[in-house]
Design a protein around this ligand. Sequence first.
Ligand code: AMP
Length: 421
Amino acid sequence: MAFATLGLAPNLLQAVADAGYTQPTAVQVQAIPLALEGHDLLVSSQTGSGKTAAFMLPCLQRLMAAGPARLPRVLVLTPTRELAQQVAKASADFAGKRGPRIAVLVGGAPYAVQLKQLRGQLDIVVATPGRLMDHLQRGKIDLGGIQTLVLDEADRMLDMGFIDDIEAIAARLPAERQTLLFSATLDGVVGKLASRMTRDARRIEIARTPEATPKIEQKLLFADGHEHKLKLLDHLLSDIEVRQAVVFTATKAGAEELAGRLEGQGHAVEALHGDMNQGARNRALRALREGRARILVATDVAARGLDVPGISHVVNFDLPMQAEDYVHRIGRTGRAGREGQAYTLAHHREQGKVKGIERYTGTAIPVATLPGLEPKARAAKPASGWKAGEARKRSGKPLQGRSYGNPNAGNPGARRGRPSW
Ligand code: AMP
């Protein structure tokens, strides 16, 4: 497939060639023609898939074809200022010097520069939701001319607590607009946001490429009870190989309690859960990113989308409520091409839940023990069908066969339903 077949104008084809792109990526092949036709899109794709060009090239083409206008016509919302800057830079590179005018409105940057930009004529606004809301509330920007709204990394924006800002911003946009939503997953809360924000959207699901799949070694440790789990955790965290770890608990109270206990033992630890305000959550994440915290004790919702390359280990102190969350949890390690370790602690009576996870991922989690901390109780009698899983579990080989095989293993974005056990 060549770029020339996607319907892009000659100047953009030249820009793409100048950027050194010889072939469009999967997301570009699927998204560019539909976006050019004006459809709303829901796209599940990962960072690194070429998604920026997938939404920006059609936006630029439509802007260039229409010529100058008084108000900005494209709004791109991103979770972080770094991503906003990347998007703006890619757009400027594709559009060239005489292309559309772009403003970047992000937190942590001086207002004066942004206000100056807002006084001039603009075509594209790339913004983080919080700072854009500031400008809106002060009456410094008119979004009444927006024709295309792009929500980039929508799942991360929701993780960061931007849902209210996004809804408030969308309410200021013309209803007759195109909406392009990109997210690592289209399930759960992202799916709900997507259905409110888009109309008759086309859905595009891009599977992870094998080379993008992180190398995460998984292990299952059975425990006799809560005290035993605490001992296993102490042992795991005392390992010098643990550069940084995320420990998952089932409840907010559990996260607080465990973080307090670990702090009492002298660990550099932060808690992260939904009861904390945004400021406290940001502080916890900053401490982790800057290496001041070695351990993060978190609940599922709070840790979604967390991307810190230093996280070498994930410990599931409690099993996740949904099998799908297991995939999100262990994906917090093995970032940026590194290897990661994921330990799951489970009571013997939780074998059914473990089996549900294995069925969902299509991979058996090998059972391991820590020397001196072997479980005393024997595993409960397996339910029917468990035996086969048990044999595979020991071998650590992927599950096969119709009842277990899952072609989408490891790619949560490719599944529509949330299986429960
Ligand atoms: P993104 O997923 O948009 O962050 O893009 C990831 C990287 O892939 C960026 O460095 C892009 O410049 C690059 N890229 C995007 N599309 C292509 C393509 N068709 N061929 C080669 N590289 C690309």
